[in-house]
Design a protein around this ligand. Structure first.
Ligand code: HEM
Length: 500
């Protein structure tokens, strides 16, 4: 089944990862609505600049994009009818702070330590992605003018932490990281290559090669795009149903979705020390150990399941160098864990395996499911976002650097929250007891985490234990946003949302 999406109606950030289109810079703004009428007028003005999902030809690509979303209290401030507000799901109504126990935001990730802006009431998220910082700034200046023209209707909130803790910035900037020659890279601050795996859904692309390893696995071992309704309200999902998280009227929800925004600080000093210490007792190179934490090698993203030791990585690199562009892409993404059910190659607690087990959870459960990945296909997310800040001293944790993580999904509770709670911070589904995922787990300083690198059953080898895992990632802020379609934006702006 091929589905034609109404690309002119869908916000562009849902269908496109702007980073893949050379948008190397981003700026995120958060606003409060102080007056319903003027707030709606402001939304109407911004809607004229909102970037849709229309396909870009080479010479029609904008230099900057704009997208917009609202918290539940933002929709209240815009005076949506009560009957519409009542249709939003519980987790969205509660917001990210209210869900801290489910997300594991404890200790240093507790909302009381988040950037000051998150002590404010946030109503609107506005994002600008640009091909240069000048393009971002030009669009930012335009938005400032609209804020001024709203005449007290909306306020740009300050309170983002910058280089100094006392900084009180009016926006959060994000950017790709650059190499020593100033070339943009796909790296994040721990040195991993990022931005390879991302879900693909029906209607998003006609290019079959993009679906490999990113869609859903069929019994015959082919990859197909996931159902559109996993990522867009008003469309059929993997359960052959319409997402239950859609508010009324239908037009308000149709072609919209939910976004999780999270500022995640990376404790680079702790990561480097932990890697150094653990590599002293690890039977392999330090780079192999780092790869086993993530499921991909840091230098080029080679999947550990296909390059599980130093020798096989050297072989993988040779084949990669000899492959053409399409062949290289396939080597990076087209894999499963079916030949590694015990986790002897890619540990079960590796970041990408915990978050997307690719059918390995149902493996061997004969005929129980229509597809080998039927369970994981309901837990997928679209990843957007970029790194922020610079690491000044790789031996220290403090400062302002990490990832602005944004996930899009039709059902925050079933998709993002389930992954964060059950697969990152617990391991029941993986039969790994209380072991948390290495990189993201909310490891406790007083009671540091451990994970096991499994061996093949019956091999007689001893498993390897990684101990003393410190808290490597800390939440520094965030919330849940509704990303309406462009039709719904116009309805909200016009005050004509009619739930009857
Ligand atoms: C600072 C925090 C994080 C870091 C450093 C990080 C790093 C990485 C890296 C290096 C990869 C491998 C490259 C790739 O496959 O694209 C990856 C993949 C991925 N990450 Fe993260 N990540 C972070 C946070 C998160 C969070 C919070 C989630 C979701 C709850 C998440 C979900 C994913 C997913 C879905 C993939 C692709 C997995 C696949 O399809 O195989 N990441 N991440």
């Amino acid at each position: 089944m091929t589905q034609n999406l109404e690309l002119t109606d869908i916000q562009g950030n849902i269908v496109k990862a702007y980073g893949a289109f050379n948008f190397t810079k981003a700026r995120y703004l958060f606003l409060r609505i102080d007056n319903g009428d003027k707030g709606r007028e402001f939304v109407g003005a911004v809607t004229t600049k909102v970037t849709s999902a229309v396909r870009w030809e080479k010479n029609s690509m904008p230099v900057a994009t704009t997208n917009i979303g609202f918290t539940f209290s933002g929709l209240q401030a815009l005076e949506l009818p009560t009957a519409s507000l009542m249709g939003f799901p519980e987790e969205f109504v509660m917001g990210m702070k209210g869900r801290k126990d489910i997300l594991g935001d404890d200790g240093p990730s507790d909302p009381m330590y988040w950037d000051k802006i998150w002590q404010e009431t946030v109503h609107i998220w506005l994002s600008i992605n640009g091909q240069s910082i000048e393009a971002v700034d030009e669009r930012y200046q335009w938005i400032l003018k609209q804020i001024e023209a709203s005449d007290g209707g909306v306020t740009l909130l300050t309170g983002h932490r910058g280089e100094k803790d006392e900084d009180n910035l009016p926006y959060q900037d994000a950017s790709v990281l650059y190499d020593a020659e100033g070339k943009p890279t796909p790296k994040e601050h721990f040195g991993y290559t990022d931005g390879i795996g991302d879900a693909v859904f029906e209607g998003q692309t006609n290019i079959q090669a993009r679906v490999l390893g990113r869609g859903k696995l069929t019994r015959s071992g082919h990859w197909e795009p996931l159902a559109t309704g996993e990522f867009l309200l008003g469309h059929v999902d993997e359960a052959m149903d319409y997402p239950q998280t859609a508010p009324t009227p239908k037009l308000l929800a149709h072609n919209g979705t939910y976004m999780v925004y999270r500022k995640l600080h990376e404790n680079v000093g702790s990561f480097n020390r932990f890697l150094d210490e653990q590599s002293k007792v690890f039977p392999g190179s330090k780079e192999l150990l780092a790869a086993k934490f993530s499921g991909r090698w840091r230098d080029n993203g080679a999947p550990v399941v296909n390059a599980p030791d130093d020798a096989s990585k050297a072989e993988w690199d040779k084949n990669y160098a000899a492959a053409d562009f399409a062949g290289q892409k396939k080597m990076l993404i087209d894999f499963t864990y079916n030949d590694d059910i015990d986790g002897a190659k890619c540990p079960i607690s590796a970041h990408i395996r915990r978050i997307n087990p690719r059918g390995s959870l149902e493996y061997g459960v004969k005929d129980a499911y229509e597809r080998p990945g039927a369970l994981v296909d309901r837990r997928r997310i679209l990843r957007r976002g970029l790194p922020y800040g610079k690491v000044k001293d790789p031996t220290r944790d403090d400062g302002n650097h990490g990832i602005i993580f944004m996930a899009l999904n039709a059902d925050i509770k079933r998709q993002f929250e389930f992954v964060q709670q059950q697969w990152i911070n617990y391991a029941n589904d993986f039969k790994e007891g209380n072991d948390k995922e290495v990189l993201l787990g909310n490891h406790d300083a007083k009671n540091p985490g451990k994970v096991v690198f499994q061996v093949e059953k019956g091999s007689g080898k001893a498993p390897h234990f990684v101990n003393n895992i410190p808290r490597l990632i800390e939440a520094r802020g965030g919330d849940y946003f509704f990303i309406p379609s462009i039709t719904a934006l116009k309805m909200i702006a016009g005050g004509i949302v009619d739930p009857t």
